[in-house]
Design a protein. Structure first.
Length: 349
């Protein structure tokens, strides 16, 4: 029994080691899926620790429990102290109905994987209205879904849109952005990755009068800033592990673009088919992005699969460069999809 417990611990450590590989080296089947399941390794390990305790193998009990704790190391980081938690005010309903050229200093965003275009359009529009969504990013979109969204009245709430160019190589459909605010610029593909186009809309950020009143330097920093929103969907590993990793890493170019710098802001919304357990995703964060759920520090926001409460993993994300503060990061169901919708309130600072 001692030998058997030792073998289990060694195998668990090797499994954990996959998350520590350099970014890109985990792009071989079945490693992306094994890494995604790492947070659930504690279940068999704790069960085996119970067996070891019953057999009075106390050394094995300690090793198994320590290893079980190690499997949750990435999720533990979601309860950090990186941000003071605050509850943001709801967007005023009058502002919700006013379409302006500049983006409000506080706005709500939402991202949703639409499952090959099958998502319930009326449900999406209802949520956009109830949550006062200013920018909506959809992935796996079809022409039929766009027609149903139009019929449900999406243009009354979010009159501006930009889609990627549909291609035969799209992973489940194309990506689309909808906005309440008029964009200063929009493109169907802002960065080339081996996946569906990444449409982008750039909007001018309203002056922060309170911050600008402090000093002339502050006014210079807060005026004339822009926020570039992108809807992204790197391929899943089953569509090619190399493309999966390259797609995630390729999004890092958005944070490092010369147009962003230390003044303008980039926001990436989408199903990124990865979590903080994946080295490729952590490399994307190191490129200059912050994750809204991780920064909020109130626990991970798990989004897949929709049809079970547990176990779920985090695949959908709201990423942003310096200049924003997240709050109210939440996930909830939309009918006829396999992912939960993810929303967040972002406040300029």
């Amino acid at each position: 029994m001692t030998t058997w417990f030792a073998v289990v611990v060694i195998l668990a450590w090797l499994w954990l080691g996959l998350s520590a590989l350099p970014a890109g080296l985990e792009a071989h089947m079945p490693m992306p899926y094994m890494i995604a399941l790492t947070p659930f390794l504690w279940i068999p390990l704790v069960a085996l620790a119970g067996v070891a305790a019953w057999q009075h193998h106390w050394g094995a009990v300690c090793l198994l429990l320590v290893t079980a704790l190690m499997t949750s190391s990435q999720r533990i980081s979601y309860w950090g102290t990186s941000a003071k938690r605050e509850t943001s005010r709801e967007t005023d309903s009058a502002d919700h109905e006013t379409f302006r050229e500049t983006l409000s200093n506080q706005f709500a965003v939402m991202t949703l994987n639409c499952r090959y275009g099958r998502a319930n359009a009326a449900n999406i529009v209802k949520v956009v209205r109830e949550h006062h969504i200013a920018v909506l990013a959809l992935q796996e979109v079809s022409d039929d879904l766009i027609a149903r969204l139009d019929a449900a009245g999406i243009a009354d709430l979010l009159p501006y849109r930009q889609s990627g160019e549909p291609q035969d190589t799209d992973n489940g459909g194309y990506n689309v952005l909808f906005s309440r605010y008029e964009p200063a610029a929009a493109v169907p593909n802002v960065v080339t990755i081996p996946a569906a186009d990444v449409p982008a809309m750039t909007m001018k950020l309203a002056d922060d009068s309170e911050a600008a009143a402090e000093t002339d330097d502050s006014q210079a920093r807060h005026s004339n800033r822009t926020v570039t929103f992108c809807s992204a969907h790197p391929k899943s590993p089953m569509r090619g592990c190399a493309d999966w990793s390259a797609g995630i890493l390729g999004l890092g170019a958005l944070a490092q673009a010369s147009s962003i710098g230390d003044r303008n802001i980039a926001v990436v919304l989408g199903d990124l088919n990865s979590s903080t357990d994946h080295p490729s995703f952590r490399a994307l964060l190191k490129a200059g992005f912050k994750d809204a759920s991780l920064t909020q520090a109130a626990g991970p926001t798990l989004t897949f699969p929709r049809w079970i409460k547990w176990p779920r993993i985090e695949l959908d994300h709201v990423l942003f460069t310096a200049g924003l503060k997240p709050s109210n990061v939440k996930a909830f169901e939309i009918k006829d999809t396999d992912h939960l919708a993810l929303t967040a309130t972002l406040t300029a600072r």
